[in-house]
Design a protein around this ligand. Structure first.
Ligand SMILES: Cc1ncc(COP(=O)(O)O)c(C=O)c1O
Length: 432
């Protein structure tokens, strides 16, 4: 049997690949696919992308958490930051050059966290996935539990479980409450846990609900982690992508000090739409955590060239302001156009306030509300309408029948065409 492992196709029994030349942990990696099927499908179809004139039946990706609406704003700015000084090709502090960390501290204070940090408390690593993996290595022991409210970003599971050997504890929120997280749900998850719980990983703005958590909710979550004496890791990757006019309030702004147990994670991946540059940011006031992360940073450093370019970008306040405003405007416009198309196609959905996501309720198109039926519908949409959504099961959602739609994952006309095609296909399947 052939096994698809990310983009590799391998024979498990063929010499070497999963055989004696690997360590047991190496074999385990071979046997644990690094990509869920929707991503494998995405990379196999991407070269056949939709084009109104040349490829009207082409593939429409709506599954990848990327913002493809702002390249025209980024390209000239990136091209203008190519006066690279010699120092950037030399070894430097692996947690980020001193000047980049200083620039990041200032940028985060003004735009994300609403409070100041010392540059030494800000570290940068190759993407927020690397930040989370290394941060959790430092704050939790193998076997410990980490609470993750769901639906959620799927990558937290590999980030925490692969090398850190932690156990993600799903805290399911319900569609009946609009997927609202309460401290009662957190209490119940801790009471049920069969292991020590080390931390809560909390995302705001949220992927995939697109919700921005208000101050009183943040306060109740922070107070709950303080009472429990556990770490709170704030994932605020979509802080600058709030498009409905709501204020973004950082969890980091709700206490005069972060203290030893609150840590902030941000990245350029989403808010600056440069996921391929791999630049994530950690802010912590815990000296021990900073030291431990520094020790591991050697294996996940951001290239000096990328740091230099991003530093030029965030130090230009006028450009940042203009970019953020225009980015929000375009996200809002695309959100309106795609939700209008979903409404016209009679596909129920939860509108978002921020980020890149719409959560579609596909239950009216399922004969039975099971995980198997959800998987079948996802595959059917891919084959019949050539559109790829993220199945709810990959968001670790607690109930079958939902799929995540990433509305800025391509030009809006392509996404709207995909929704229209999906609506025509689904019309024949409506059962409710
Ligand atoms: C909430 C959230 N956190 C972290 C990540 C990982 O981002 P990065 O590309 O910076 O590793 C993602 C990516 O989709 C995300 O949605």
């Amino acid at each position: 049997m052939l096994v698809v492992h990310s983009t590799l196709v391998i024979e498990p029994s063929s010499a070497g690949i999963a055989g004696p030349a690997l360590s047991s942990r190496g074999r385990e990696l071979v046997n644990s696919p690094s990509m869920p099927p929707y991503l494998v499908e995405h990379f196999s179809r991407i070269d056949d992308a939709w084009d109104r004139d040349r490829n009207p039946n082409g593939y429409v990706a709506m599954c990848m958490a990327e913002n493809m609406l702002v390249w025209d704003l980024l390209e000239p700015k990136m091209a203008a930051s190519r006066d690279v000084p010699a120092r950037v090709i030399a070894y430097d502090d692996m947690t980020g050059s001193e000047s980049f960390r200083r620039a990041l501290a200032r940028f985060l204070e003004r735009n994300v966290a609403g409070r100041s940090f010392e540059p030494e408390q800000v570290m940068t690593l190759a993407g927020s996935g690397a930040v989370l993996e290394i941060l959790f290595y430092a704050i939790a022991d193998p076997g410990d539990g980490v609470l993750i409210p769901t639906p959620s970003y799927f990558g937290f599971w590999p980030d925490l479980e692969t090398r850190d050997e932690l156990h993600a504890i799903e805290v399911h929120t319900s569609s009946e409450t609009g997927f609202h997280l309460t401290t009662d749900l957190l209490d119940a998850a801790v009471d049920k846990a069969d292991r020590p719980v080390a931390a809560l990983l909390f995302t705001s703005p949220d992927n995939p609900t697109g919700r921005v958590h208000p101050a009183d909710h943040l306060d109740s979550i922070i107070a709950w982690t303080e009472e429990r004496g556990i770490h709170l890791v704030l994932d605020e990757l979509f802080a600058l992508s709030v498009f409905d006019g709501s204020p973004f309030i950082s969890g980091a702004s709700r206490r005069p000090k972060l203290g030893d147990r609150i840590h902030l994670v941000w990245a350029f991946s989403k808010d600056f739409a440069v996921s391929g540059l791999r630049c994530g940011v950690l802010v912590s006031e815990n000296q021990g955590v900073l030291k431990a992360v520094e020790t591991l940073s050697n294996w996940a450093a951001v290239s000096g060239d990328t740091q230099y370019m991003l530093e030029q970008l965030i130090c230009d306040d006028a450009w940042v302001e203009g970019f953020m405003q225009e980015n929000r405007r375009r996200l809002g416009k695309a959100h309106t156009q795609v939700t209008d198309a979903l409404t016209a196609a009679a596909i129920p959905h939860l509108p978002g306030q921020a980020g890149f996501f719409l959560l579609c309720d596909m239950r009216p198109f399922m004969r039975e509300i099971t995980w198997q039926a959800e998987e079948e519908l996802w595959g059917w949409l891919l084959e019949t309408a050539n559109v790829n959504l993220t199945p709810g099961s990959d968001c670790h959602i607690g109930e079958p029948g939902f799929m995540r739609l990433v509305f800025p994952s391509g030009p809006t006309p392509a996404v709207v065409a995909g929704v229209e095609r999906m609506g025509r296909a689904l019309a024949s399947r409506r059962v409710a």
